[in-house]
Design a protein around this ligand. Structure first.
Ligand code: ADP
Ligand code: MG
Length: 359
């Protein structure tokens, strides 16, 4: 369980906490709160951990906020999970090639956004990548014992293609038989947005919602400070390479190769697959992005992990408030940022970020 970003409201660098699996560290102690009041609530959902923090003025509502989010996230999980046979997504996949299926608002919204990122990324982000993801041993697949043959990769790749998702009103058809939609690269971010909307509807103003490293912040931890997120060093998971100061409503997400991977021989295979080649992405250790919504940040981080710095930088620039920090998978460590990141990313000690030209 990852997550490439830490939440902090104190001074970097972060101290590691005992609960390494969560890897989200909160340092904020609200001054307006009773000491016994909960500062952060964590819970397990959607195959990872979620947490909610509230600013000092409303930190006595943290438990209530967490309960609201847990309810929403579980509702979304029940509809979008690839692992549950009775989810709406599983029913859609089961009817691939068999005509339209009526879907609910959550699945539809995910597909609309997924198609947009499919176009924006030139096919690097593709939610129909499911058969390839499984073939390489993720999303419920069994990991191969030897490198997969070119024939099998090609045959599986033919089942992939987001352009064969047809959306008409509240009906969706998967036009190829054996297509599998896998929303693992987008649904957690989407769930964070839904929770944020619900919390704001109920009067919350200052809070952070985090689901497996997909985060969105509103307001401030306290009047004089903004929410700060530490960006994890992909090679030293208890260290940060810098921090991001987050404005109201901003979202952050990370995609990395260091927490979910399989070893085939001595090759480390990331859980993000390049749909254009059918191969696990190599060459990138971590990408952390900013965007205006958590769903966009989630899809963007996965897209940029596939595209790399040059192409990825252009896609980040095409998104409202899009910005990215890339760490290539090579030594010594390099940190590359998009131009729009220069005022937001504060490098940690010893880190000298280089700016990617966007021409
Ligand atoms: P995580 O789910 O670990 O937070 P990401 O947001 O980067 O990380 O999403 C990775 C997941 O996205 C994979 O586990 C898989 O379900 C799905 N996926 C893998 N490759 C792609 C791709 N090229 N396009 C869209 N989704 C992908
Ligand atoms: Mg993602």
């Amino acid at each position: 369980m990852k997550r490439g970003i830490f939440m902090m409201a104190g001074r970097p660098p972060c101290r590691p906490l005992g609960i390494a699996a969560i890897l989200m560290l909160a340092f904020f102690m609200g001054e307006g709160c009773r000491r016994s009041a909960p500062q952060e609530e964590r819970f397990a959902v959607m195959g990872t951990f979620a947490s909610v923090m509230a600013g000092s003025d409303e930190c006595d509502r943290t438990a209530e906020y967490a309960q609201i989010c847990a309810g929403k996230m579980r509702e979304i999980e029940a509809q979008l999970s690839l692992y549950r046979k009775d989810s709406e997504l599983s029913r859609l996949n089961a009817r691939a090639g068999m005509g339209p299926v009526r879907v609910g608002a959550h699945l539809r919204a995910n597909l609309v956004l997924a198609l947009r990122f499919g176009e924006l990324s030139g096919g690097a982000f593709d939610v129909t990548v499911g058969p390839l993801v499984k073939m390489w041993g993720f999303s419920g697949g069994t990991s191969p014992t030897a490198w997969v043959s070119t024939e099998r990769i090609e045959a599986t790749r033919r089942r992939v293609g987001y352009r064969r998702i047809r959306l008409q009103g509240d009906e969706v058809s998967l036009e190829g038989t054996n297509m599998v939609v896998d929303l693992g690269g987008i649904a957690k971010g989407y769930a964070v947005d839904v929770c944020c909307d619900e919390l704001r509807r109920r009067g919350a103003r200052n809070f952070v919602v985090n689901l497996g490293g997909n985060m969105r912040c509103f307001g401030r931890p306290e009047a004089s400070r903004s929410w700060q997120i530490g960006v994890q060093n992909p090679f030293q998971p208890h260290e940060v390479i810098g921090r991001l100061d987050l404005g109201d409503g901003m979202a952050v997400a990370t995609s990395g190769n260091y927490e979910r991977f399989v070893m085939i021989g001595d090759r480390r295979c990331a859980h993000i697959i390049d749909p254009r080649t059918g191969l696990p992405v190599e060459g990138m250790a971590g990408v952390t992005v900013l965007a205006a919504t958590a769903a966009e940040a989630d899809a963007l981080s996965t897209s940029l992990f596939v595209l790399g710095m040059e192409e990825g930088g252009k896609v980040a620039a095409a998104i409202t408030n899009g910005a990215a920090v890339f760490v290539p998978d090579r030594q010594p460590m390099e940190v590359w940022i998009t131009p729009s990141m220069t005022n937001v990313f504060q490098a940690g000690s010893g880190v000298v970020p280089r700016v990617i030209s966007n021409r």
